[in-house]
Ligand binder design. Structure first.
Ligand code: SF4
Length: 274
């Protein structure tokens, strides 16, 4: 998959491979991205402390809202490995890739943990598609947002009912709009959003995946760093912006679907994490 990308010197140095090796090798996402970066052990310890504190502070009222992307797989592995009482849930929008859905049984098989799926109401989807068409997401920004509201925001609201905290895989590095993501953020009245990988680099994520043999979506091997619904996700070139493959026709618009309108006020939970 690598030889259709033109690499510049920075990218070559970053991969620690020379051009000959890159052209001759089918690199998977782990080989391409995993780095043991300075401070990784401290970041991992901090992440675990944030997760432990959140699991205790919100016992019975917390959920990991996993997108099934690389970051969320790391978080799931940490939850399972350390026996944290954080159930797993995902938004099944009805538009996910087969490769993404195939992770669900793999997670259950590997960790013995179920992943609860939250889907939009079938009748509402049928009505929406009949009224607005199959290509509503590319016809206009309003149409795309209406689709995200139906397929993501409404199911998310149901997922979060009765919960006082949800765990995400957000990282500051993912985009400029996420540059101030805190480990713990206020998320409306009586709820916190826990972002235990807030200060992780992409190399950290893949270093962890390599070290702990974490299952991941094979689309990452096909240059999909950020994976969402199939019609709204494409591969990116090496060095391209992390979220360039999401809603790529919306040049200049924030690459967000409304799930992560974050509030940056840290709570006391963050200050107790060490
Ligand atoms: Fe619809 Fe695309 Fe949003 Fe998925 S990402 S809910 S397909 S607009």
């Amino acid at each position: 998959m690598s030889n259709h990308h033109e690499l510049n010197a920075t990218e070559l140095n970053a991969t620690e491979l020379n051009a000959t090796e890159l052209n001759a090798t089918e690199l998977n996402a782990t080989e391409l991205n995993a780095r043991r970066l300075p401070g990784f052990d401290a970041r991992l310890a901090q992440t675990l402390a944030v997760l432990r504190n959140a699991a205790q502070a919100h016992a019975g009222h917390i959920v990991q809202a996993t997108s099934l992307g690389a970051e969320d797989m790391v978080v799931t592995d940490l939850i399972a490995r350390h026996g944290l009482a954080v159930p797993l849930a995902t938004l099944d929008t009805g538009m996910l890739h087969a490769e993404t859905l195939a992770l669900l049984p793999r997670i259950t098989q590997r960790y013995g943990l179920p992943v609860e799926g939250f889907s939009p109401p079938a009748e509402a989807v049928l009505h929406f598609v009949t009224e607005r068409g199959e290509r509503v997401m590319v016809d206009s920004l309003a149409g795309r947002k209406a689709c995200c509201a139906l397929r993501k925001l409404e199911p998310l609201a149901r997922m979060l009912q009765g919960r006082t905290a949800w765990v995400t895989g957000l990282r500051r590095e993912q985009s400029g709009d996420r540059g101030d993501v805190a480990f713990v953020e206020a998320d409306g009245p009586g709820r916190e959003k826990i972002n235990p990988l807030a200060d992780w680099a992409w190399g950290d994520v893949w270093h962890y995946i390599r070290e702990f043999d974490v299952p991941y979506n094979p689309l990452h091997d096909a240059f999909f760093p950020s994976i969402g619904c199939a019609p709204c996700t494409r591969a990116v070139a090496l060095g391209e912006d992390f979220r360039a493959g999401r809603w790529w026709w919306e040049q200049g618009a924030a690459k967000e679907c409304g799930l992560h309108v974050h509030h940056s006020a840290p709570s006391t939970l963050e200050s107790t994490a060490s």
